[in-house]
Design a protein around this ligand. Structure first.
Ligand SMILES: Nc1nc2c(ncn2[C@@H]2O[C@H](COP(=O)(O)OP(=O)(O)OP(=O)(O)O)[C@@H](O)[C@H]2O)c(=O)[nH]1
Ligand SMILES: [Mg+2]
Length: 375
């Protein structure tokens, strides 16, 4: 029987250890008799997610939107125009490979549609970029299955914070959620997740600092099975792909999950810090060469005026960005919506008229010789 009913001070013995005294304390201190978590004060009502994302991505005068707008001051579509476009896209963290793809695509369309003026390329570029980022319909199926979400990534990218936010959101949607503190390197890491467990109102499985992460995973999986948990979120230590022992440890955790809980779906999410640009892309590339990755969480998009990294990752790795983070509060993480993202990225490109781009998916269906072609 799973040990949440254990008495305080009960010793941990090997894999039987299910819950620590600290966790009991958290539950007793923060849950009333109806097992409801105490309200934790949220800051004043904030603006909507899209608005804040847009503000984050366009707040600097050197933002992508600003440089993009400047591109169209020149009228002709010549080599200079393409060079400038290339520079703008690369500087915005889209990377060389993705930029080349976009420009090649654009050249074909400009020819097909017989476009002569740079201005007329705006919407085409936006559409091409959006199409680099399509997220498959099945990307979020895991949320409705019995799932173990393994959250990985290098130090400080936002793994623990993202787990806290996801846990709170899943719980709000009526899911039975459990967290596991498999980052046992530092006591502070375990405490940080405990704080989030209180805030999100979900239970946590943890052992002491230095415990074997796979033993924590074992406990968590047993607990998830016996409690009929919908989503088990596992926090792991920040690791580098080239640290063999750490990567082996990750492999061990995955083996424990598939051996002990074969009926569960495993969703492996890598967290990347959006402010680190091409480094983030490199991390994703390296991790995916040693372990399976089902999706990406890009955090800290409130701290960059670039934002192209989300496009580069989708287009180069073929792994979907599933969530993006734009701050440290519970609702600052949301599902990734390519259309919204592109709209936020380009929102202020027409600074004079303050017109937002409305993505028109029909634009490419317009006949090349249509005299009314106008964007
Ligand atoms: N501005 C901003 N800060 C964030 C975001 N996500 C996480 N952070 C902050 O980034 C810092 C690191 O986040 P953690 O969740 O501790 O990162 P981690 O990957 O668990 O770190 P390690 O456990 O040390 O590997 C914290 O101060 C978070 O509050 C975000 O979307 N925006
Ligand atoms: Mg952490």
């Amino acid at each position: 029987m799973f040990g949440f009913g254990k008495k305080k001070n009960e010793e941990f013995v090997g894999n039987d250890a299910s819950v620590s005294e600290d966790i009991q304390n958290i539950e007793e201190e923060n849950f009333d008799e109806n097992n409801q978590v105490e309200e934790v004060a949220e800051p004043e009502k904030k603006k909507g997610f899209f608005k804040r994302l847009k503000e984050g991505l366009t707040k600097s005068r050197n933002s992508f939107a600003e440089s993009f707008a400047n591109l169209f001051k020149a009228n002709e579509i010549d080599d200079d125009f393409y060079d400038e476009l290339e520079e703008t896209l690369v500087t915005a963290d889209l990377g060389v490979e993705t930029t080349e793809k976009i420009i090649d695509d654009l050249k074909v369309k400009v020819k097909e549609l017989k476009i002569k003026e740079a201005e007329a390329c705006k919407q085409l570029i936006v559409n091409i970029i959006r199409d680099q980022m399509s997220v498959d319909d099945t990307a979020y199926d895991f949320e409705d299955k019995k799932t173990v979400v393994l959250v990985i990534g290098v130090n400080g990218v936002g793994k623990t914070t993202s787990i806290g936010k996801l846990a709170a959101q899943y719980k709000k949607r009526g899911k039975k959620v459990l967290m596991a503190a498999a980052d046992t390197f530092r006591a502070a890491a375990i405490d940080q997740l405990k704080t989030w467990s209180v805030r999100a109102g979900v239970d946590i499985i943890a052992q002491g600092e230095g415990a074997d992460p796979s033993a924590v995973v074992y406990d968590a999986v047993s607990a998830a099975k016996s409690r009929n948990t919908d989503i088990l979120l596992i926090d792991t230590a920040g690791r580098l792909h080239n640290k063999k022992n750490l990567m082996d440890e990750l492999g061990k955790m995955r083996r424990v999950i598939s051996r002990e809980y074969p009926e569960a779906n495993v969703e492996s999410l890598i967290v990347l810090d959006g402010t680190t640009g091409q480094n983030a892309l490199e991390q994703a590339r390296q991790f995916s060469s040693v372990t399976e990755i089902n999706g990406i969480i890009i955090t800290k998009l409130d701290g960059t005026a670039k934002g192209g990294i989300a496009i580069a990752i989708q287009s180069e790795l073929n792994v979907p960005v599933k969530y993006i983070g734009i701050g440290e509060q519970v609702d600052d993480l949301q599902k990734f919506d390519p259309t919204n993202y592109v709209n936020a990225l380009f929102a202020d490109f027409d600074v004079k008229s303050d017109i937002e781009i409305i993505i028109d998916s029909d634009i490419e269906k317009i006949e090349p010789d249509d005299d009314n072609f106008d964007i």
